[in-house]
Design a protein around this ligand. Structure first.
Ligand code: GDP
Ligand code: MG
Length: 321
């Protein structure tokens, strides 16, 4: 199901693989697609579902995504380069939040298309603010209503789509469920048909611009957030100090877990180290998938006050400073 305003070329929608119009037969399309939206609407889940690999980490907590991360999708010679962005960062003067806000604005400025993701259950004030920010770019913004699996009955979607289409002249309105992969083909059809003609921007075998060290650190951070749940200390950071393959085909991964306060250490380590052990178990499973092979993971917990307010420290942790 795809509602659409009359901007942009015709395209197929619904099930099946998208037919992508080429300008002159062999010509291909390519471009940058920014994924924006308030925290927790499912931007990173969508990126991973589209690229078919875990590129960006996901959690029910806001501000899980801290970085601008590229995920690359190739289809029939066309290429979409998705840019996952942090949720709209709180307006504080902290260096980390400044950089997160900058990452969003840069992604929106530099891209060919925008996927503006909202929760299909309804728009919030924060969504409306973002929509206003995108107003000058409505013609190249697709409104993606995610989590339609939570809307019951489904028929409730139609009046909402109609109301949104009246209020905002977005190029298209696409209901999806990122976790269930509902209507992702419909979304891709809308998207590829609007990309400008051009050759691929990255080699076809490349799925992300981030290296294995960065992706390993992010997996560990995701597992820390999962295991610590409500107790994730503010200013938790993970740095890979060493990653290498040994002669017997094992991966050695040494990670430093950075905290801002000494008092956070017992939370992250747990009684008898049990919290850290569980993080290690969960992270190792996924690291084996990512790295392909057996993984020996060692983690150390360290304290460095105010690291998230230091641009130099942020750079070491993979932020684009
Ligand atoms: P982000 O902050 O926008 O990147 O959101 P995430 O991708 O981290 O997802 C936030 C939460 O929403 C996670 O718990 C996801 O599992 C969940 N989520 C994402 N997409 C869907 C969806 O289509 N349906 C449902 N029910 N949950 C979803
Ligand atoms: Mg995210």
């Amino acid at each position: 199901m795809t509602a659409k305003n009359d901007a942009g070329p015709d395209s197929t929608s619904g099930a099946g693989s998208p037919e992508i119009p080429n300008d002159e037969g062999a010509n291909t399309r390519s471009g940058y697609v920014a994924i924006v939206g308030r925290p927790n609407v499912g931007k990173s889940t969508l990126l991973n579902a589209l690229v078919g690999e875990k590129i960006s980490i996901v959690s029910p907590k806001p501000h899980t995504t801290r970085h601008r991360i590229l995920g690359i999708l190739n289809r029939d010679g066309h290429q979409a380069v998705f840019v996952d962005t942090p949720g709209h960062a709180a307006r504080t003067q902290r260096a980390m939040h400044r950089l997160m806000a900058r990452a969003i604005h840069q992604a929106v400025e530099d891209c060919d298309l925008i996927l503006f993701v909202v929760d299909a259950r309804g728009m919030t004030d924060e969504d409306e603010k973002l929509a206003e920010m995108l107003r000058p770019r409505f013609d190249r913004t697709l409104l993606v209503l995610n989590k339609v699996d939570t809307v019951k009955p489904r028929s409730r979607l139609l009046p909402m789509l109609e109301r949104l289409a009246k209020e905002y002249p977005f190029a298209a309105f696409v209901p999806i469920s990122a976790t269930r992969r509902d209507n992702l083909d419909g979304l891709l059809a809308e998207l590829f048909s609007r990309l400008p003609p051009g050759p691929p921007l990255f080699p076809p075998e490349m799925k992300t611009d981030r290296d294995l060290a960065f992706r390993s650190a992010e997996i560990i951070r995701e597992k820390l957030m999962h295991v610590l749940h409500q107790e994730v200390p503010y200013g938790l950071g993970v740095e890979i100090e060493h990653i290498a393959k040994t002669e017997d085909e094992r991966w050695l991964v040494h990670a430093l877990i950075w905290l801002e306060r000494e008092s956070h250490k017992p939370i992250v380590i747990g009684k008898g180290g049990e919290v850290l052990k569980q993080v290690g178990r969960e992270a190792r499973l996924e690291l084996c998938d990512l790295l392909g092979g057996r993984v020996h993971l060692e983690m150390w917990v360290k304290v460095r006050e105010h690291w998230s307010d230091s641009e130099r420290e942020l750079k070491r942790l993979g932020f684009d400073v």
